[in-house]
Design a protein. Sequence first.
Length: 303
Amino acid sequence: MPSPKDLKYEQDDNYLFGEIKMCLDRRRQKNLAVVVESKSDEKFYKKFFNRNTSFFSSSGWEMALRLVEMAKKQALEFVIAIIDADFKPFLDWSLPDQVFLTNAHDAEMMQLQSPSCWENLLAEYADDEKLAKFCGDGANLLNVLQEKLWPLSYLRYLNEQNGWGLKFKSIKNSKLGLLSFKDFFKEQDLSFSLPKLLRAVENKSKKPRFFKQNPEIEEEIATTTAANELEKWTNGHEFLELFSFALRRCIANSGSGKKIAAEDLERNLRISYRAEDFRTTALYQAITAWEDEFIGETFLLRG
């Protein structure tokens, strides 16, 4: 007998799949259904597709995959999913047909690879003198913040690899609650404490003394060098949270206000990202290749 959790998934899957089928059935012309992980992803991706495309927000990537599999079983060709890569490329994960991954860790980090988007954020919020004193310039800041997040990124990877069940976020009243960066970063200079990070993760996970009982984890994190292509390792929400944290004192301009929320940064980033930026991505190339080879229809705006 399915567990209550499995039944909840089944009900959610069936309801959303019914919506997808209704959408595809009621259109006379061919229509593409794109399943994404969240409403913010829907807002981001929809501007790159034509009006014969409908978006459906699932509750995470696992549900998105289940919906694509349901579509395949009923021979619905015009259903795809776009999901965050996360650590899948590093964990020997097999990519199913009709499922497409971001070429950075997630949609936010993919957007941050656009120099114009990143420069727009810096121009709006950062103080040039403080920025120069802190790390030199904006391009360097992008890398510096990713490097400062490396211990957290690597811990996330180890957690996925080993199935420890550690928690790095919570959902309360439909709001995402990340780790509190003030618990392990200092506002003045973004200096970092690994023991304080581990304590914060223990508290979020409700796993007291987890790292005391497994001291080799702290040692591995402390001695592992940051990887190449950090955009494939760094969680975009956490990057924007750290950027928001840096803007409180470290690099903020005088007109930016006391606190710039990460949600506002994400919104500005999404608005700044252009179709020309998207067309440079491996994700765009993968979807266009699928359209050309398997369905012979064009839904992406190709410019």
